[in-house]
Design a protein around this ligand. Structure first.
Ligand SMILES: [Zn+2]
Length: 210
């Protein structure tokens, strides 16, 4: 391999390293999901997640934002942008573009009878991300909406309390399913993950797009 080719590969890998950041926490969560879940289902969910992020990227490009990096950590995928001065309407568009792509593929899957797992993955991901919990898209969209029509400080307080309450509710439901119905601990783990993510996303003036 020539010197120029080697330099090009080095430059390219450096670019990927700077644009895509994968934390050990993400690898741990992915390994955990693959071990306790079905790898085929996980594959469809990951595909739906990639298309979901593609929706956010498309919206970001549409309003002139350039991506600083895509970080994959224990809270999922987080997009960060260079220009931060967006209007609340643009924030709303950015947040809803990911779930919109999921529901677009749900519609296509129903119309053209595509793989049911592909449909289910998009449906679940779309609904899940629209939950009014920070740092999910639904929570950030509600925050942008309330900030625009009301007050950013109060909107932040309302969203913080709402996020923790819903996460605690999901955790307690999961605990009940696990203890009373002898069900799998998935809902309990999801609730705890939501609670942890909500508590980690308390800085409402700088939350990345998920
Ligand atoms: Zn999203």
């Amino acid at each position: 391999m020539g010197l120029i080719a080697r330099q090009l590969i080095r430059f390219r890998s450096c670019m990927i390293r700077n644009k895509l950041r994968i934390s050990p926490g993400f690898v741990l969560v992915l390994s955990f999901a693959a071990y306790f879940g079905d790898p085929v289902v996980l594959g469809w969910v990951l595909l739906a997640a990639v298309l979901h992020e593609g929706g956010h990227l498309l919206a970001a490009k549409g309003i002139g934002l350039s991506v600083r990096h895509l970080a994959l950590d224990f809270t999922g995928a987080n997009l960060d942008f260079y220009r931060k001065t967006t209007s609340y309407a643009q924030d709303l568009l950015l947040c809803l573009s990911g779930p919109a792509v999921n529901f677009f593929f749900v519609t296509l899957s129903v119309l053209f009878h595509w793989n049911p797992l592909f449909l289910a993955a998009h449906l679940l991901l779309g609904i899940f991300n629209l939950m009014p919990i920070i740092p999910l898209d639904g929570g950030k969209a509600l925050y942008a909406f309330l900030s625009g029509v009301w007050n950013p400080f109060l909107a932040g307080r309302v969203l913080s309390v709402l996020s923790v309450l819903i996460a605690v509710g999901v955790s307690l439901s999961g605990l009940w399913v696990f203890l009373q119905l002898d069900g799998p601990p998935n809902l309990l783990l999801l609730g705890l993950w939501l609670l942890f993510s909500a508590l980690c996303s308390c800085n409402l003036h700088h939350f990345p797009i998920k």
